[in-house]
Design a protein around this ligand. Structure first.
Ligand code: HEM
Length: 159
């Protein structure tokens, strides 16, 4: 598979909304801006920021790198200010309609003061109009369960 086609689909500035849920917390919604951009050295940088729907108060944010490997493999490295670090492995596929699907998962590292998270699974679908994503996690108290999903519109191509 040609990594160039994946880079073209993934890189962009995406704006939209997400919603969250988990067995231990109240449901919530948020605004989100996500950017995947190609550095001059060819690395795909990732940054995400969210705010509350009502008053735009900052909520979760995270940043990292998406690494495309051989044989449709991917590595997704994400650092969260809550003390979690993800070194995820997964795969990328180009579907029949040209959309690009990336799935990855990991056992994250939790810093000493972070809430312990035992597993994080992420899935993204990209097309020319935008991206959709789904995130599940497991904690010490809860088996792997859905936490977030979002639908974002592509605003600018960044590559
Ligand atoms: C992979 C990304 C994320 C991980 C691993 C994560 C992890 C967690 C964890 C471990 C909790 C505590 C659950 C509990 O107490 O049982 C939590 C709660 C929460 N998360 Fe996330 N989260 C992520 C992304 C987000 C995003 C993007 C938002 C929204 C903007 C968000 C909003 C919240 C809220 C509002 C709560 C409940 C209140 C709180 O504990 O702060 N999370 N999350």
């Amino acid at each position: 598979m040609e990594n160039g086609a994946v880079i073209e689909a993934v890189c962009g500035r995406f704006v939209g909304r997400g919603s969250g849920t988990y067995p231990t917390i109240a449901d919530f919604e948020y605004n989100e801006i996500t950017i995947f951009s190609l550095s001059k050295k060819g690395f795909i940088k990732y940054s995400q920021g969210t705010t509350s729907i009502g008053d735009d108060t900052p909520m979760h944010q995270e940043m990292g790198y998406l690494r495309l490997g051989a044989d449709q493999s991917v590595e997704f490295l994400v650092v969260q200010p809550t003390g979690l670090t993800e070194v995820s492995v997964g795969s990328v596929a180009i579907l029949g309609d040209g959309s690009v699907e990336i799935s990855s998962g990991c056992v994250p590292m939790s810093s000493p003061s972070a809430k312990a998270v035992r597993r994080i699974e992420r899935k993204f679908t990209f097309d020319s109009l935008g991206l959709a994503y789904w995130i599940s996690m497991a904690t010490n108290d809860v088996f792997l369960s859905h936490h977030l999903s979002g639908v974002l519109t592509r605003k600018v191509s960044v590559n």
